[in-house]
Every structure is written in structure tokens, then in C-alpha cells.
Design a protein around this ligand. Structure first.
Ligand SMILES: N[C@@H](CCC(=O)N[C@@H](CS)C(=O)NCC(=O)O)C(=O)O
Length: 211
């Protein structure tokens, strides 16, 4: 059975949990990381030398890096749906997943680390302002893409959507001002109706505040 290592409050674990539940892949999730600890144990470092979650063990196939795990699971269990069968569309899915890591994630993670995890008197407002601007500039591009289609690649929801869509729960709950983006808001409303998204992405993360 597919083993997924990682606590359910981890944003990167949530991408994987969302997909395996959409595709109804039998799996076992093991609580590790965060308050559970265990990432520095030799047996875990043997699975992922980075000491990070998620990691999967699929009958001996070990994969780390959440986006790589998502593509592996979609290729294996969702070819033609979550993983586009057409090589061009598949490359465009990779394009959005790489774009997410390089262009959206830095601002998004900056907000999480420098705003959410820092008590108000200690916050560096100028730094937080730069993170918000970087993230909103990236979301503006997503907003334009969704003007003409319901998901990042078109009608079908695919792996291209997973990182960006998973970020929306925190975007709209973390407490920062978010400009009006009607296409993203409508997308988020549709995502919230997906049981796997509601259960595995919309996970309370107050315990990660750390103060
Ligand atoms: N680029 C990696 C990032 C992995 C990562 O930073 N994971 C975080 C959780 S989201 C982690 O392991 N944090 C330490 C912990 O949970 O204790 C991925 O996408 O999988």
C-alpha cells in the first residue's frame, strides 16, 4: 500500500492528500514532522536526506518533493484526467507547477513565515509588504488565466491546478488584505465543494503559529 509520510497540517503534504483522495488511491498516512518530530531520525533521513515532508513509499518507489509526488500519482492513477495524456498539455502542467515554485511560492511562504509565524510587535512590515506584493503580482497572472477557462489548463482540473489551488485556503484565511480577484474567488468557491479539497486542504493551521 502507498505510504505517505507527513502531518496533515503541512501545505506540501496536503497537495498529495488532496490528489490521492480525488483518485481514491488506497494509502496510509504516517504522522511525522511538526509537533510529531522524527524528521531528523536516521530511518527518515534514509528516505529523504533533506529531512522534509512529504515523502512517499509506493512499494519501494521512494519519492520526495511534493510536486514530483503529485505528478507520479497522477501519471499512475489519473492518466487522461489529472495527468494530461497529451504531451503538450502535460508540459503546460509542468510549466504551471514550476511557475508556482519560482513565482508564487516565495511570496506566499514569505507571508506565512514573516507575518503568520511572527507576533505582531516583532513583524517587519516593509518585508511583509514586499511578500504580499510579490504574491499578489503572481495571483494577478492566475486571475487573467482564469478569465477564459475554469481551471489553469481549461475545462479539466489537472495537476497544474494543485499547488496554486491548494494555496488559496491559506490566502483567504491567513489575515492579510487580498485584492478583489473575481475569477480566483469563483474558482475557490468551486474547489471548496470538492470533498477531497475540503477535507485535506482546508485544514486548520493555527497550531503552526508557534507563539
Ligand atoms: N519543496 C519541498 C518542501 C518540503 C517542506 O519544506 N516541507 C515542510 C512542510 S510543508 C517540512 O518538512 N517542514 C518541517 C516539519 O514539518 O517539521 C516539497 O514541495 O515537498
Amino acid at each position: 500500500m502507498l505510504k505517505i509520510y507527513g502531518r496533515r497540517t503541512s501545505f506540501n503534504v496536503q497537495k498529495v492528500m488532496w490528489l490521492v483522495n480525488e483518485l481514491k488511491v488506497p494509502h496510509q498516512r504516517i504522522d511525522i514532522g511538526g509537533k510529531f518530530g522524527g524528521l531528523d531520525k536516521p530511518e527518515f533521513l534514509a528516505l529523504n536526506p533533506n529531512g522534509k515532508i512529504p515523502v512517499i513509499d509506493d512499494s519501494g518507489v521512494i519519492v520526495w518533493e511534493s510536486n514530483a509526488i503529485v505528478r507520479y500519482i497522477a501519471d499512475k492513477h489519473g492518466k487522461g484526467t489529472w495527468s494530461p495524456a497529451d504531451p503538450g498539455q502535460r508540459a503546460q502542467a509542468d510549466q504551471w507547477m514550476d511557475w508556482y515554485l519560482n513565482h508564487l511560492n516565495p511570496g506566499f511562504m514569505g507571508i506565512f513565515l514573516d507575518y503568520f509565524k511572527v507576533p505582531e510587535p516583532k513583524r517587519d512590515q516593509a518585508l511583509i509588504g514586499r511578500h504580499i506584493k510579490a504574491a499578489m503580482d503572481a495571483y494577478a497572472l492566475v486571475e487573467r488565466c482564469l478569465e477564459k477557462q475554469p481551471n489553469m489548463l481549461g475545462e479539466q482540473i489537472t495537476v497544474a491546478d494543485i499547488p496554486i489551488a491548494a494555496s488559496l485556503y491559506r490566502l483567504y484565511t491567513i489575515g492579510i488584505p487580498v485584492p478583489k480577484m473575481p475569477n480566483i474567488e469563483a474558482w475557490y468557491e468551486r474547489l471548496k465543494k470538492r470533498p477531497a479539497y475540503a477535507e485535506h486542504v482546508m485544514v486548520d493551521y493555527a497550531e503552526l503559529r508557534g507563539y
